[in-house]
Structure formats: C-alpha cells, structure tokens
Ligand binder design. Structure first.
Ligand code: NAP
Length: 311
C-alpha cells in the first residue's frame, strides 16, 4: 500500500481526504494517506499545495513523484531538492472554471456591458454591438486551459487566434500561431487578449510596452494566467494613454494585491482575487488518484512538468 503525504494547508485535509480515498478505491487501489509525517523516508508520493510550506524534499528518499494540486508550478519547478517526477494539475474543475471565467469576461467586453450599466439615464442610444464573428480574440497559451477557452470562444462565434511556444497542427475553429513572429501577428489582431501562459523565465514581462503597442488601439486584456506575464508599469501607461481600453486581472506579482496598488483604483481595471479557476477536491482527486494508479502500475504519469521549460 503506497504511503501518500498530503502536503497542503491544514484546512484542506478534511475537504480532500474522502475524495482522494474514493477516487483511489474506484481504481482498485488503497492508499495510506497522511496529513503529516515524522518518517519522510517512508513516503511514496506527495500531494502538493505550495501553500502547505513544504520546500525541502531531501528527506523523502523513497519518493516516486510529487503530484501538484495546482496547475501553475512556478514555485516548485525550480526547487533543486526535488529530484523525482513532478506532475501538475489538469482536471475538469480547473478547465471548466477557467472556460466560464474567460467566456464571461470576453462577453462583458464584446457586448460593452459596462456601457449599458452606465447609461441608465433615460437616453435611448440604439448602438448594437458587432456579432461575435466580427470580433477577434487572441488567447496566448494553447495548453489545457488556453485551448479549452479558445474552443469555447470559437463555439460562440468569435474569430479566435491561439498562440503557443511550439507549432500545433491546424485546428478547424482556431487560427494557430507560435513563436516571436506569430506573437506579433497575434497581438496585432487582438481586440480582446486573453493570457493563459505559465510563469516561466521565458514569459516574464512578455506583455511589455513594445508588445502592448502592437495591440489594436482600445484593446481589452484579460489575465487569468500569472501576474509576471505583464509589465505592470507598461500596462498602467497603456491604460492611461487609451492604447488599452480596459483590463481584467485575476493574478498579480504579489497576492493578495496590496491595498495601495494602483490597479485597485484605476477606472479601467477590474481586479478579481485569483478566483478564475479553483482546484476542486472532487475533480482534482481523480487526477491525483489516476497518477498514483499509474505510478503503482509502472505506467507513465500524466501531465508531467518539463522542468527545463518550467511548466
Ligand atoms: P499548460 O497546459 O502547461 O499550457 C501552457 C501553454 O503556454 C502551452 O500552450 C505552452 O506552449 C504555452 N507557453 C509556455 N511557455 C511559452 C512561451 N515562452 N511562449 C509561448 N507559449 C508558451 O498550462 P495550463 O493548464 O493551460 O495553465 C496555464 C496557466 O494558467 C498555468 O500555468 C497557471 O499559471 C494559470 N492558472 C491560473 C488559474 C487562476 O485561477 N487564475 C488557475 C489555473 C491555472 P506549448 O503548447 O507549445 O507547450
């Protein structure tokens, strides 16, 4: 029976424990799941939430894999004490949550819902929005979340461009771009820009002043990816100049966003508190249990992180 350490904040233990056991039982495996251990050398797997505080993996000499509850692994991927495979979270809860968040905020911009809310003044201004098929949306990142969002937006009729690091095969509903030239082409058409890239060395400040200048004037930005993707000073300047008409930001370099940060009070910024897609115990436990089953059966794990790339 594998020993599994649940390394997460204490309040998560009662939320996850029954689901992890249930999902493992459904796969015919029984685990010895513990919320803490004084015998790290006996642990086979770690279910990992960075907020649990575990940073030194050296004492876990028998460890087979670390199974992250988070999709973003920028905190653990560079950890030099980690020498076993690291799998990240990909599951329906995250994917559907992100799809809902992105679709909602894209539609807010597309339909100019803010203008409707602000114009309850008795003045009749018949000015219909364009159709979705007349609006270009770009999604930077075509992984588990970016692709699901791009497909949902294409399903609503938007003209969608998806940008990734590596080239992808043609998609029936999404125009695909990659690499530096592809980024310039993608940004130049992004009336609404969605950021779903991981935080890595290569994506740090990806959206700087020069890239913001490539957007169509008055573009809108939605960032549920990571705060490090954006040069904050450059975005504030672009918002002030009108180059960017509005930004909806869910993630920040420092979280919670400090009370005196200019994003809180900027009239053309909406702050959401890192709630775009939460890890849900019911669905996340399925991914964890499947990887434990695979580990025990000697099969390759799902959603492995390439630590040289950082995601
Ligand atoms: P993923 O499956 O690993 O996909 C990452 C995508 O980004 C891939 O398409 C990848 O390109 C692309 N990419 C990475 N580095 C790049 C670079 N230098 N240039 C161009 N493209 C690059 O990740 P995911 O599951 O979709 O999650 C994306 C991010 O969402 C996570 O890392 C996390 O930061 C964030 N997130 C936020 C929340 C929230 O609540 N706000 C919740 C969950 C996740 P390739 O396809 O070529 O590899």
């Amino acid at each position: 029976m594998p020993n599994v350490l649940f390394a997460a904040p204490a309040e998560d233990w009662p939320r996850y424990e029954p689901h992890l056991h249930r999902a493992c039982r459904a796969r015919g495996i029984t685990i010895n799941l513990v919320p803490e251990t004084d015998d790290p050398a006996s642990m086979d797997y770690i279910v990992y939430n960075p907020e649990g505080g575990l940073e030194d993996f050296t004492p876990f000499t028998r460890l087979r894999a670390v199974l992250s509850l988070w999709a973003g692994v920028e905190g653990i991927a560079p950890n030099p004490t980690l020498t076993v495979p690291l799998a990240r979270m990909v599951d329906d809860g995250l994917t559907l949550g992100m799809r809902d968040y992105v679709a909602g905020h894209v539609l807010r911009y597309h339909l100019d819902i803010d203008a409707s809310l602000a114009s309850q003044t008795g003045v009749w201004l018949p000015d219909p929005p364009p159709l979705a098929r007349e609006r270009s949306v770009a999604v930077l990142g075509q992984g588990a979340l970016g692709l699901a969002c791009a497909e949902a937006l294409a399903g609503l009729g938007f003209r969608v461009v998806g940008w990734s690091r590596s080239p992808k095969p043609p998609h029936p509903a999404i125009e695909r771009e990659h690499g530096a030239d592809g980024l310039a082409r993608t940004l130049s058409r992004a009336e609404i820009l969605v950021l779903l890239l991981p935080a890595t060395r290569a994506t740090e400040n990806l959206l700087d002043a020069s890239r913001l200048a490539l957007l169509p004037r008055g573009a809108r930005i939605i960032n549920p990816g990571r705060g490090t993707l954006i040069d904050d000073g450059a975005l504030l300047a672009a918002l002030d100049s009108g180059q960017v008409a509005h930004a909806t930001l869910d993630v920040f370099r420092e979280e919670p966003l400090p009370p005196d940060h200019p994003y809180w009070t900027h009239p053309r910024v909406t702050v959401t508190p890192h709630i775009a897609a939460a890890t849900r115990p019911e669905t996340a436990s399925e991914t964890i249990a499947e990887n434990i089953r695979r580990g025990e059966a000697g099969e390759p794990l799902l959603h492995l992180v390439d630590r040289s790339l950082g995601y």
